[in-house]
Design a binder for this molecule. Structure first.
Ligand SMILES: [Zn+2]
Length: 220
């Protein structure tokens, strides 16, 4: 049981792909950009619950088969009582601005050649803000300030929770890390650019900045 959609309970089940008619199949990545946020969240939760279910059959401490925990989406080890919850990996995603201009980058792992916000995983023991400063410096060599939390988005590829921020350029010269970034550039709001798909948090961060520039002038 995942939640409710239009008042009806929604379940998730693993089906063999061959038993589904071709027209009924769609990749999760495609689906994420075609539906509204509520359905997006359900689809993401479904994928994460299924992969967690497949990957957490045995206790990682003592190898005993796990048992479902009553009343919780979790499993427990009957031998050593270790509990296992679905994993979530928090990431930061940040739109850095300098006046009206936005810093957008094309990552080496992007499937399509669009420009997007900078992003990275939060490491153990790090706050979201520390991760943001570290990632921006590692990826493009800049220092930023005036961090403003925007909102978050679960992103099931495979277990991310994206925390979205706006930040303002403080100092440094653009120096993209070739291991992470194909190209990073400052884009003025009216510059031609291929943006991340609608429905992504990156696009929402960019749209919010563009709207602010258009109606209120430069931020701050
Ligand atoms: Zn155990």
């Amino acid at each position: 049981m995942l939640g409710y959609w239009k008042g009806q309970p929604v379940m998730v089940m693993d089906v063999v792909a061959e038993t589904m008619p071709m027209r009924a199949r769609i990749s999760l990545r495609q689906a994420m950009f075609m539906v509204d946020e509520k359905l997006q969240a359900l689809a993401g939760r479904a994928a994460q619950v299924l992969s967690w279910d497949r990957d957490h059959r045995y206790c990682s401490r003592c190898a005993t088969p796990l048992q479902p925990m009553p009343h919780e989406r979790a499993r427990t080890c009957p031998a050593c009582q270790l509990a296992f919850y679905p994993r979530i990996n928090p990431c930061i995603i940040v739109l850095v601005t300098r006046g009206d201009a936005m810093l957008l980058a094309q990552g080496v792992r992007f499937i399509q050649p669009f420009f997007s916000c900078l992003a990275g995983f939060i490491e153990a023991g790090e706050s979201a803000e520390e991760a943001l400063h570290r990632e921006v410096f590692e990826e493009v060599g800049l220092r930023v300030s005036e961090l403003q939390y925007f909102r978050s988005q679960p992103w099931p590829f495979p277990h991310s929770l994206m925390l979205g921020y706006h930040a303002t350029y403080l100092s440094g010269e653009l120096r993209p890390d070739p291991a992470e970034i194909v190209e990073a550039r400052w884009f003025e709001p009216d510059a031609p650019m291929v943006l991340p798909p609608a429905g992504s948090l990156a696009r929402a961060l960019i749209d919010a900045h563009l709207l602010r520039v258009r109606y209120n002038g430069t931020r701050g």
